[in-house]
Write a protein that binds this ligand. Structure first.
Ligand SMILES: Cc1cc2nc3c(=O)[nH]c(=O)nc-3n(C[C@H](O)[C@H](O)[C@H](O)COP(=O)(O)OP(=O)(O)OC[C@H]3O[C@@H](n4cnc5c(N)ncnc54)[C@H](O)[C@@H]3O)c2cc1C
Length: 221
């Protein structure tokens, strides 16, 4: 790799998968970056000074890194990322964050992963990095098209809650589904997405007797 590109943290884009009109996956060169599933990277356009945080979507052993991005209208960075093409580069900073499975001692537990929208991304990385995980995913979206690459998960372990159409496995808000769900109080529960959902879900989980130390949260906005 060119030493100047390395110093500038530039990573070439290898693939782009458009999942909806606004949501896409960018695959870029790994260039030796190591991470644990659940961590995020700061990514930005090649010539800009601004970056934003993105959870890593790909598995730890993949020879590339992928992120799942939703374009925010009038946002500073996502409209620029949306215009990039294969062969362009992105600036990528070192993976960071504590939203992970915390090492091998925990991997034999039961996991409940709760996400809204692109908040599914770290859970995709966890499931793909640790195929032996005993997990359930509850994914809250407006419409089924936001069930991003849902075939990647074991059908019996993934529940799509769609609030604005009738295409989900559960028709209604994710929080309504959680109210009805029987949750094993030994589970490690992970929440990822917008702060309103995380706030409401936290209350529901506490009322169901899940101890605070087993609830982990990553707030996107
Ligand atoms: C730890 C962490 C991990 C993240 N991982 C992801 C990820 O995997 N995928 C992803 O798409 N985003 C992720 N985000 C959000 C991301 O960092 C940016 O905030 C987002 O992409 C918007 O950037 P922007 O520059 O286009 O908009 P900005 O100009 O920064 O913001 C415009 C406005 O949009 C709001 N906003 C941000 N995200 C959304 C959204 N998804 N829907 C609606 N409004 C929003 C912001 O709060 C702000 O008010 C993550 C954030 C954090 C803190």
């Amino acid at each position: 790799m060119n030493i100047i590109r390395k110093r500038m943290n530039l990573h070439e884009i290898l693939e782009i998968r458009n999942l909806t009109d606004s949501t896409f996956i960018i695959r870029f060169e790994k260039n030796g970056l190591e991470f644990t599933a659940g961590q995020h990277v700061c990514v930005g356009p090649p010539n800009g000074i601004h970056t934003r945080e993105y959870s890593i979507y790909s598995a730890v052993s993949d020879p590339y890194i992928e992120i799942l991005v939703k374009e925010v209208q009038n946002g500073l960075i996502t409209p620029v990322l949306k215009k990039l093409k294969v062969g362009d580069s992105v600036v990528v900073e070192e993976p960071v964050g504590y939203f992970g499975l915390n090492g091998g001692e925990k991997l034999n537990k039961k996991f409940l992963f709760i996400a809204t929208g692109t908040g599914i991304s770290p859970f995709h990385s966890m499931v793909k990095s640790h195929p032996e995980l005993d997990y359930k995913i509850v994914h809250g979206v407006r419409s089924h098209i936001e069930g991003y690459e849902r075939d990647e998960y074991d059908k019996l372990r993934y529940t799509l809650c769609s609030s604005r159409d009738t295409s989900g496995d559960y028709i209604g808000r994710l929080t309504n589904y959680l109210q009805e769900l029987q949750i094993d109080t030994d589970s490690e529960v992970y929440l990822c997405g917008n702060c309103n959902m995380i706030h409401d879900a936290y209350d529901i989980l506490e009322n169901k007797g899940i101890p605070n130390e087993r609830i982990h949260a990553e707030v996107y906005f």
